[in-house]
Design a protein around this ligand. Structure first.
Ligand code: C5P
Length: 405
C-alpha cells in the first residue's frame, strides 16, 4: 500500500525512552510512500543517535536552530514550509508544554510555530506525568489549536508503572497519520457497514455459521475512514483487528446484527451490507447441551428464517444509500441484478465465490459493481484495493441528499 505516497512528513523526536521507536516509525511511514525528514531535540539525542535516524530517513537530521551546516541544507522556515504534516513522536510532557505555550526555544518548537500544516503529537511519558492537571490542560489547549493527539496507550511503562502514557504502537501511529490525509470523498458522511459471519445457536456450545472472514467488510471500513467518513462497523465474530477510528458494534447472531443495523441505519448516509448473514436459525435453542444418547440416534433441528437486514434497511423511508453484496457461484451478474431489484438496493457488488483464489477467506477479490444502468468490473486485486475503488464509486453515485461536500 502507498497510502502516504508523495507525502512529506517532518518527524519530530523528543527526549524519552520511547525515542527508540522512532526508528521503526520512519521505516513504516516510508513503507507507505512518505518522505521523512527528522528533527531531534537535544534530549532526544541522549536516547537515540542522529546517525541512526539519518541512515534510516536518508536525509541529514536537523538538530539545532543555530547549526549552520544543517540550516544550509534546509533552514527551519524551509522545513516548516516543506512539511505536509509535522508528526512529533514521541512527544515528552516538557515538549507538549512548550508547544502549547507557543515557545520558540529550540529548532522543533520554532518549526511548529512557523508551520501552516497539520501538527500531530504522539505523547509518551510516565502515567503520573500524563495524568497531571498541567499536562492535561496543555493537551486540551493543543487540541483547541487544531493539533491532533495520537494516543497515548496504556499498559506497562519503562519505569515499571502501569497506566496511561505509553507511546501508541507504531502501526497505530501510521494508521492515524494516514487518516490525517483523508481524500475527502465521503467527508461528513455516516457510513454503516456489516461484516463477518453470524452465529446461530443450536445449544450452549454449538452453532451454525459460515466461512466469512470479515476481510472485505473491514477493508471497506478502512477505505471509508480514509475517505473522511464516520464509520460504524457492525461485526460478527472475526479474528481481525478493527480499523482505528471505526466505531465497532460486536454482534453474534443475525437477529442482533439486524437490531444494531436498524438502529444505526436511521440517519446514516450509506449502508453497506458485507456480512454473510445466516439465512436461517434454529427455531428453538436448547438450554442444555444436546446429548448423544445412543449410537445412530438422530436429531432434527428445525430452522426458521432470519430477517433480511439489507432489505429492511432498503425499505426504510428516507433511508441510506444501500449497497449489498451478492456472492454467487454461477450466473453471477444475472443473479446479482435480480438481487438488486428484489431487495430494492441502490448498488450491488457481485463476486464469484466458486473460485478459491477469490471470495470468502482469501485476501483478494474480483467484483462487478452494478447500479442504475451502470456496471463496472474491478479485476482481481487485494480486498483493500477493491475497497478503495468501491468507496470511490459509491461517492460518485451518492445522491445529493446524502453527500455533504
Ligand atoms: O440473499 P443473499 O444472502 O445472497 O444476499 C446477500 C446480501 O444481503 C449481502 O449484502 C448480505 O449482507 C445481505 N443479507 C442481509 N441479511 C440477510 C441475508 C443477507 O443483510 N438475512
Amino acid at each position: 500500500m502507498n497510502l502516504l505516497a508523495g507525502k512529506r512528513i517532518l518527524l519530530g523526536v523528543t527526549g524519552g525512552i520511547a525515542a527508540y521507536k522512532s526508528a521503526e516509525l520512519i521505516r513504516r511511514l516510508q513503507d507507505q510512500g512518505a518522505d521523512v525528514h527528522v528533527v531531534m531535540t537535544a534530549a532526544a539525542t541522549e536516547f537515540i543517535t542522529p546517525l541512526t535516524l539519518q541512515g534510516l530517513s536518508g536525509h541529514p537530521v536537523h538538530l539545532d536552530l543555530l547549526d549552520t551546516e544543517t540550516e544550509s541544507v534546509m533552514g527551519h522556515i524551509e522545513l516548516a514550509r516543506w512539511a505536509d504534516l509535522i508528526l512529533i513522536a514521541p512527544a515528552s510532557a516538557n515538549f507538549i508544554a512548550r508547544l502549547s505555550q507557543g515557545h520558540g526555544s529550540d529548532l522543533l518548537s520554532t518549526i511548529c510555530l512557523a508551520a501552516q500544516c497539520q501538527i500531530a503529537v504522539a505523547p509518551a511519558m510516565n502515567q503520573g506525568m500524563w495524568a497531571n492537571a498541567a499536562t492535561q490542560e496543555n493537551v486540551r489547549s493543543l487540541m483547541t489549536q487544531g493539533t491532533a493527539i495520537f494516543g497515548p496507550d496504556e499498559g506497562l511503562q519503562a519505569c515499571g508503572e502501569i497506566g496511561e502514557g505509553r507511546l501508541l504502537d507504531v502501526a497505530g501511529i501510521v494508521d492515524l497519520t494516514i487518516a490525517t490525509f483523508p481524500n475527502g470523498k465521503l467527508r461528513g458522511c455516516k457510513v454503516v457497514i456489516t461484516a463477518g459471519p453470524t452465529r446461530e445457536a443450536i445449544d450452549p456450545v454449538r452453532y451454525i455459521s459460515n466461512h466469512s472472514s470479515g476481510k472485505q467488510g473491514y477493508a471497506l471500513a478502512e477505505a471509508a475512514i480514509e475517505a473522511g467518513a464516520e464509520v460504524i462497523l457492525i461485526s460478527g465474530p472475526t479474528n481481525l483487528a478493527p480499523p482505528n477510528r471505526a466505531n465497532v458494534i460486536p454482534v453474534t447472531s443475525a437477529q442482533e446484527m439486524y437490531e444494531a443495523s436498524m438502529q444505526e441505519a436511521t440517519g446514516a448516509d450509506i449502508f453497506i451490507g458485507v456480512a454473510a448473514v445466516a439465512d436461517f436459525r434454529p427455531t428453538e435453542v436448547s438450554r442444555q447441551k444436546i446429548k448423544k444418547d445412543k449410537s445412530g440416534s438422530r436429531v432434527t433441528i428445525t430452522l426458521e428464517e432470519n430477517p433480511d437486514i439489507i432489505a429492511s434497511v432498503a425499505a426504510l423511508g428516507d433511508g441510506p444509500f444501500t449497497v449489498g453484496f451478492a456472492a454467487e457461484t454461477s450466473h453471477v451478474i444475472d443473479y446479482a441484478r435480480a438481487k438488486l431489484a428484489k431487495k430494492n438496493l441502490d448498488m450491488v457488488i457481485a463476486n464469484n465465490v466458486s473460485n478459491q483464489e477469490i471470495g470468502f477467506n482469501s485476501d483478494e477479490n474480483e467484483t462487478t459493481m452494478i447500479w442504475g444502468n451502470q456496471e463496472q468490473t474491478l479485476p482481481i486485486a487485494s480486498k483493500r484495493n477493491i475497497a478503495t475503488k468501491i468507496v470511490g464509486t459509491i461517492a460518485e453515485a451518492l445522491p445529493e441528499s446524502h453527500a455533504h461536500d
